[in-house]
Design a binder for this molecule. Structure first.
Ligand code: NDP
Length: 480
């Protein structure tokens, strides 16, 4: 009887093994009807009502996977319903977080942890504190994280969490009390071998430290259960820089395929938090000129470029004083555009690095009209799906977030390795490993996303490469 090797997508006569797992025989593959994208999405939307961000993230993946899964040699995945299983989180934990502000007023927020998929390693993904946090947002982020983590080549599953808490305008003492109250519940669901959270929007070094301190107190254990820790208690060099640096490295690799470089390019960056700051820093190192940054109040445009001195001001403004981006123009000139995004400023390269859905189809058309060469997504899902289609049709070098911003979680993985070995690698060592991982992710995208005319669709490449890895593990485990 013919047997099917899901990992290789081949038919073979004799028995074979999939990694160390079982092999699948023809008779074990019932129900191999091809997928129909709209019907698949209609089912998902019905099962997950009122979760538009989650629907959007799944649609983007399904658009590239459905034609792939409909190929005859991939019917083993259809038969085992791997895609449907990947779209259902392992579990969603939701809990009450009660805390008191400095005036003793009681506040109630909702905390979550979405443990999406641990097929290739413990759940791993950040915590987001922002008023816009909902179950839909965290399911989209956890779903994406599963694919992203698979691309890093490290053994990490996907998860995400957070709360609808707004740290803006809160004192340090209030943020501390919130973080402690949040961890008072979360600690029972996480652990070094089960689930390892990190930072995300609204959760930086300060918040990770408060939460790690509380975790340590409650469990009596000093383990690497959170990443993004301070350097004196288990943090890794380059973790702070990793997402911004990684997204810039990915752009470098895409440009190299066209004989281009970052040097001399005019660059738009959105956001002004962790990812944006280190994107600017690395672009400056590589000779690019970044002319914009933004926050939720609007964007600044500095045609002279945001050099090291100006960037140092931004870091102090955002990380220490927690002020507004508009202050930049009072000190350095340029213009502030209230409640606007930077995408109409002419540029060669764009790095959306603030939040989801910050590039609409119209923004994408404007970028293309202005001749954008490359877009590397530092933020998660910053481009609306219609905008992605615009970039794809115009054959822009477009790196989706799951590939472009994987450097952050990759260095979190390296932080875990250092914690496990109780050693600290040098800055150069971690940066070299980050560079290698980004190069590897780029190569995976090329391998799985190259079209017959040589053009690389990085969306297809990232989705298929990550799917293959997670799907192979899920098949090997049997029906779970
Ligand atoms: P920060 O909290 O450090 O910064 C977020 C930035 O985005 C701030 O400038 C913030 O402005 C702006 N922003 C947030 N929400 C909105 C909004 N609704 N509209 C406009 N601007 C907004 O977060 P990070 O830099 O860590 O994260 C940025 C993005 O990168 C997120 O999508 C995150 O998921 C993603 N990411 C982060 C990683 C990391 O290692 N930190 C890893 C991988 C992805 P304001 O201060 O006004 O709110």
């Amino acid at each position: 009887m013919a047997r099917v090797c899901p990992a290789l997508g081949l038919f073979a006569e004799g028995p074979f093994v999939l990694d160390s797992g079982p092999y699948v025989q023809e008779r074990d593959m019932p129900d191999t009807k091809p997928y129909e994208l709209d019907a698949f999405m209609a089912g998902l939307e019905k099962r997950n009502p009122g979760q538009p961000e989650f629907h959007q993230a799944v649609r983007e993946v399904a658009e590239s996977l459905v034609p792939y899964l409909n190929q005859d040699e991939n019917r083993v995945y259809r038969s085992a319903r791997i895609l449907e299983r990947m779209c259902e989180p392992d579990r969603v934990i939701s809990f009450r977080v009660c805390w008191q502000d400095d005036d003793h007023k009681v506040h109630i927020n909702r905390g979550y942890r979405v443990q999406f998929n641990n097929s290739i390693g413990p759940y791993k993904g950040g915590l987001r504190f922002h008023p816009s946090v909902t179950q839909s947002v965290l399911k989209f982020l956890g779903f994406e994280q599963t694919f992203k983590n698979a691309l890093t080549t490290l053994p990490m599953g996907g998860g995400k969490g957070g709360a609808n808490f707004d740290p803006k305008g809160r004192s340090d003492a209030e943020v501390m009390r919130f973080c402690q109250a949040f961890m008072a519940e979360l600690y029972r669901h996480i652990g070094y071998n089960t689930d390892i959270p990190a930072g995300d929007i609204g959760v930086g070094a300060r918040e990770v430290s408060y939460m790690f301190g509380m975790y340590k107190k409650l469990t009596g254990e000093f383990t690497g259960t959170l990443t993004g820790k301070g350097l004196s208690f288990g943090g890794s060099l380059i973790r702070t820089e990793a997402t911004g640096y990684g997204s810039t490295y990915f752009m470098q690799d895409m440009l190299e395929t066209k004989g281009e470089a970052i040097e001399g390019k005019t660059i738009l960056v959105s956001g002004s938090g962790n990812v944006a700051q280190y994107t600017v820093e690395k672009c400056n190192h590589l000779g690019g000129k970044v002319v914009t940054l933004s926050d939720s109040g609007g964007f600044i445009h500095d045609p002279d470029g945001i050099d090291e001195e100006k960037l140092a001001f931004i870091k102090e403004l955002k990380n220490v004083r927690r002020g507004r981006i508009a202050e930049y123009t009072e000190k350095f000139g340029g213009t502030f555009h209230a409640k606007e995004r930077p995408w109409a400023v002419p540029c060669d390269l764009a790095f959306p690095s603030a939040t989801q859905n910050e590039i609409s189809a119209d923004d994408a058309l404007t970028l293309v009209k202005n001749g954008v060469l490359g877009v590397s997504e530092g933020a998660n899902m910053p481009t609306e799906i219609e905008g992605v289609h615009v970039f794809q049709a115009a054959r822009v070098l477009y790196a989706p977030s799951k590939a472009a911003n994987a450097g952050g979680v990759a260095v979190s993985g390296l932080e875990q390795s250092q914690n496990a070995m109780r050693i600290s690698w040098s800055e150069d060592e971690v940066d070299r490993r980050l560079r290698d991982i980004m190069r590897d992710i780029h190569a995976q995208c090329v391998r799985h996303g190259q079209e017959p005319d040589g053009h690389v669709c990085y969306v297809t490449g990232a989705n298929r490469a990550a799917f293959n890895k997670v799907a192979a593990a899920m098949l090997a485990y049997g029906v779970l």
